[in-house]
Write a protein that binds this ligand. Structure first.
Ligand SMILES: NC(=O)c1ccc[n+]([C@@H]2O[C@H](COP(=O)([O-])OP(=O)(O)OC[C@H]3O[C@@H](n4cnc5c(N)ncnc54)[C@H](O)[C@@H]3O)[C@@H](O)[C@H]2O)c1
Length: 291
């Protein structure tokens, strides 16, 4: 296996998207603390300034939902860093939609959760092949290995993000390219804060801090593993899904039924919230259904 460009102990130049807050900001802070040169990027330019000041990274505001946004980000990052050795495609959105999700919403989430990564990879990977190495890290989700009840577009796009990582590894590992998918369950970020009345029920599995996820990412960077699992139990759920798909799906459907009963039992006011963001972390639950 060729040596990747990320020789241990040598400062590396990286871009982290979705880094104004949450997991992206924590990963950027960890990389800077480890001596890397980092460009942080986000749609939210004001919050990005704060994140840059706190982490010591260089801010480049960008909307990665467009090809021009990704191109502009990579161009500004290359100018600032000299070259990009590692890319962390972390920006992501959730819609809490089912089969009735409109096409416009599908288009938006596909751009952010999938095409942003494809567009970065198609610019960076050929460069990295020329140079003999590079690292492409995507913050997918446990939903990309399992599923997320109540959020079809999130489940589909996160599976696609994992598929991209697998494909890059399968195609370019012998050129020194390492691709990794970070697949956490619940993480204490804005997303979980917005989870509403069911959060307690649904998150009795451990909700990690963003810094704990950054620790896992850093450990993953040392090993080159394709799947970085901040919640180790996700490995067992993934094995269950692969070895007994029908049993696993029966368990997930049982869980869906319990959720529906729980939502039905909520007072009207809470139910409005429960039908949306509050069920976002259904894949978080550590229940018999997973096992
Ligand atoms: N929090 C969790 O429980 C959890 C679990 C699994 C996976 N994830 C994934 O982790 C990643 C980071 O999410 P987070 O939990 O830190 O949430 P967050 O909302 O705190 O951060 C996401 C950031 O992405 C930015 N962003 C969104 N669309 C963008 C775009 N088009 N261009 C540039 N930036 C954009 C947002 O402005 C925000 O700062 C996401 O991909 C999310 O799906 C989160």
């Amino acid at each position: 296996m060729p040596q990747t460009v990320l020789t241990r102990g040598v400062p590396t130049r990286a871009v982290v998207t979705g880094a104004a807050r949450g997991i992206g900001r924590a990963v950027a802070a960890r990389l800077v603390a480890e001596g890397w040169q980092v460009v942080v990027s986000d749609l939210d330019a004001a919050e990005l300034e704060t994140a840059a000041a706190v982490t010591g990274a260089h801010p480049v505001p960008a909307d990665v939902a467009t090809d021009a946004g990704v191109a502009g980000l990579l161009s500004a990052a290359s100018e600032h860093l000299g070259q990009v050795d590692a890319f962390f495609g972390n920006a992501g959105i959730a819609l809490m939609g089912g089969l009735d999700t409109p096409d416009a919403d599908w288009a938006r989430i596909l751009e952010v959760n999938v095409m942003a990564h494809v567009r970065a990879a198609r610019r960076l990977v050929p460069e990295w092949v020329e140079r003999g190495g590079g690292r492409f890290v995507v913050t997918a989700s446990a939903a990309g290995l399992l599923t997320m009840l109540q959020d079809l577009p999130y489940s589909v796009t996160k599976h696609a993000a994992v598929a991209l990582v697998e494909w890059i590894n399968a195609t370019y590992r012998h050129h020194g390219i390492v691709a990794q998918a970070v697949c956490p369950q619940g993480v204490q970020t804005r997303i979980l804060e917005q989870s509403g009345p069911l959060a307690g029920l649904l998150s009795h599995d451990r909700a990690l801090t963003a810094e704990q996820v950054a620790d896992s990412v850093w450990a993953g960077l040392q090993t080159d593993v394709a799947l970085i699992l901040p919640h180790p139990e996700v490995h067992d759920y993934y094995v269950k899904r692969a070895t007994d798909p029908d049993g696993w799906l029966a368990g997930m459907n049982h869980l869906q039924q319990k959720l529906e009963q729980h939502i039905e039992a909520q007072p009207e006011r809470q139910r409005a919230g429960a039908s949306g963001a509050s069920t976002r972390h259904t894949h978080v639950i550590d229940t018999e259904e997973h096992k």
